[in-house]
Design a protein around this ligand. Structure first.
Ligand code: AMP
Length: 631
């Protein structure tokens, strides 16, 4: 067996030979002519000249050997339904959806925005798009009209696929009014909207624009829609993620590189085999949902489980009952979800036979030792942390146990994954830190491996300037995370270098929340910071300066304004972005040059020493913050 160290080394020093081998894991209509074109850094073009199709690799190619095997099982504890689709059935449904989209005018290269709950039709829609060469842009169903409108405007979709409603904890959330409002707000108007009716909420259809999926589906029950063979470097989708400005970035992914990267990860990282069952508890609105609910497991010929509902409803045993019933072999979740379960009665875990599980992978936020220990002891399987980003599409750091079994080190997501030339860089000098246990910015030397973002949608400059120019004197990709590496190559992630925060594994840009709050007529200025939270990792706190301080005479006045501000965030961005508290202060801490000192605010809110305050204009400002947060 190859050692992991050699495997990784080869992926960097013999890059093209290594990836040419991985490329054989997928089907190509025309094989690639060149493995990696890095003649125009930092833009990497993978598998140039090759033509392929993501949907073909996820669905069609399995028909010969596993047409009757379950491909997709959609379980909802919100509607108490379980729907299972074999590869043959999935193939048929995807073609019906593809034919419907084509009937609505969607062509190769067009964008289709998908705003859907976790139902099977969402998977059909994603696969249908890539089948016909249209780019999907999935927007998380928990986002509200304002966030949705920004994304519609940027993606300029020809069509939107949505549903009457989502449901969370038994509470129906109607989507159609949010979608109508978002389209009204957006300068771009999609020409068609395809609506899936779950029978949960009214969904009045706008004549000429809106269409009912069940009606179109009936028209296309037997329509054959062949896969569109795409040049490897043609885009497959965009997915928006938050950054340090208020405007979300459309992460653009290619076709061939992404398909190869996922196929290789299923083998080397997950050790997943056709016929096994993968259960990722994320949402299709996030990158984990794209890579490991939909594409990765299907490319590997595995059954994938899609789950709509809470991990604690009807009780905290629900996930383990799914593991038992479907003989789940691979499970993928987030530390927050495990922390939620840890607070429940451990008897729920003991109730089910989870011996089919081979391992549990956790990602999205730091995995703390007590959480890892608890779940590892309870499930009796390896718990494998993995660190990555929406931008990369698959893990940057983990233990690739499909190559070599390596020991887990608590607190570390593991080692640099093959294909990633990971470096720790001194932020000030741009120099590489080679000695162990030094803190630096986690960076990746170009080219980024296959599957990573190609660029920011329609904004090459933003891609270069945001990710590749932040470290002085070097063209290197910055993850914007701090990290250290021990003498054995295990990395430890120490938090973000920028103003991005991570709430329950979801990335939120504090600027986006600040922009939303400062639009309130009684807010003059606001700072949003992330502070440590036992359950969610971090929560957002807002410190706002009221425009009219005389309007806030009592606790009741402050509570009323706080509720209004929260309502505004809910309505524009969605409840995911809602700060847990909004404090009203007379002044915000600033430097003499007027720069907001978010770090000092964060330190005080976390009851830590704010450090050196010599640059602060008026250190007394922090006293009011201390009083508010009860220090
Ligand atoms: P997102 O693109 O929303 O998945 O967020 C990516 C960010 O989440 C990273 O830049 C990290 O800050 C954080 N993150 C993801 N996975 C991990 C992990 N395993 N350990 C620590 N932080 C993580």
């Amino acid at each position: 067996m190859t050692s992991y160290a050699d495997f990784h080394q080869r992926s960097i020093t013999e890059r093209d030979a290594f990836w040419a081998e991985q490329a054989r894991l997928i089907d190509w209509q025309t094989p690639p002519q060149q493995i990696c074109d890095y003649s125009n850094p930092p833009f990497a073009r993978w598998f140039v000249g090759g033509t392929t199709n993501l949907c073909h690799n996820a669905v069609d190619r399995h028909l010969a050997e596993r047409a009757d095997q379950a491909a997709l099982v959609a379980i909802s504890t919100e509607t108490n339904t379980e729907r299972s689709y074999s590869f043959a059935e999935l193939h048929a449904e995807v073609q019906r959806m593809a034919a419907s989209l084509q009937a609505l005018g969607v062509k190769k290269g067009d964008r289709v925005l998908i705003y859907m709950p976790m139902i099977a039709e969402a998977a059909f829609a994603m696969l249908a798009c890539v089948r016909i060469g249209a780019l999907h842009s999935v927007v998380f169903g928990g986002f509200a009209a304002g966030s949705l409108a920004t994304r519609i405007e940027d993606a300029e979709p020809v069509a939107v696929v949505s549903a009457d409603a989502g449901s969370r904890g038994g509470k129906v959330v109607p989507y159609k009014p949010l979608l109508d409002e978002a389209i009204a707000l957006s300068k771009h108007k999609p020409q068609a909207v395809l609506m899936v009716n779950r029978g949960l909420a009214p969904m009045p259809l706008q004549a000429g624009r809106d269409h009912d999926w069940s009606a179109l589906r009936t028209l296309h029950l037997d329509t054959q829609v062949p896969c569109e063979w795409l040049e490897s470097t043609e885009p497959s989708y965009t997915l928006y993620t938050s950054g340090t400005t208020g405007k979300p970035k459309g992460v653009q992914r290619d076709t061939g590189g992404y398909t190869v990267a996922l196929a290789a990860s299923m083998k080397h990282i997950f050790d997943g085999k056709a016929g096994q069952t993968f259960f990722a508890t994320s949402d299709i609105g996030w990158v984990v949902g794209h890579s490991y609910i939909i594409y990765g497991p299907l490319i590997a010929g595995m059954t994938t489980i899609m789950y709509e509902g809470l991990p604690t409803r009807p009780d905290a045993g629900i996930w383990w009952s799914i593991v038992e019933k479907y003989q789940v072999t691979h499970m993928f979740s987030a530390p927050t979800a495990v922390r939620v379960l840890k607070k429940q009665d451990p008897a729920y875990l003991a109730k089910y036979n989870v011996s089919s599980l081979k391992a549990l992978w956790l990602a999205g936020e730091p995995l703390d030792e007590p959480t890892a220990q608890w779940i590892s002891g309870s499930l009796n399987v390896p718990i494998i942390d993995n660190y990555w980003q929406t931008e990369t599409g698959w893990p940057i750091l983990t233990l690739a146990n499909g190559v070599e079994q390596q020991a887990t080190r608590f607190g570390s997501p593991g080692k640099a994954v093959y294909g990633y030339n990971v470096k720790l860089i001194d932020e000030a000098t741009g120099e590489e830190l080679t000695a162990p246990n030094q803190k630096g910015v986690v960076a990746i030397e170009g080219p980024l491996p296959p599957g990573c973002m190609q660029t920011v949608w329609r904004d090459d400059d933003r891609f270069v300037n945001t990710y590749w120019k932040s470290i002085p004197g070097r063209l290197v990709y910055s993850t914007f995370d701090w990290g250290i590496r021990d003498a054995d190559g295990y990395y430890f992630i120490l938090g973000r270098t920028d103003d991005v925060i991570n709430v329950a594994g979801h990335r939120l840009g504090t600027r986006e929340i600040e922009e939303c709050i400062s639009a309130h007529p009684n807010v003059a200025e606001v700072a949003v910071v992330g502070v440590a939270d036992n359950l969610k990792g971090q929560v957002a706190l807002a410190f706002a300066v009221p425009r009219d301080a005389s309007s806030l005479n009592s606790d009741a006045d402050r509570a009323a304004l706080e509720a209004e501000v929260m309502k505004q965030v809910d309505a524009q961005l969605g409840a995911v972005a809602r700060p847990s508290r909004v404090y009203f202060v007379a002044l915000l801490p600033k430097t003499r040059s007027g720069k907001l000192l978010r770090r000092a605010l964060q330190a005080v809110a976390e009851k830590r020493d704010p450090g050196d305050l010599t640059t602060m204009e008026d250190p007394a400002v922090l006293q009011q913050v201390r009083d508010m947060v009860g220090q």
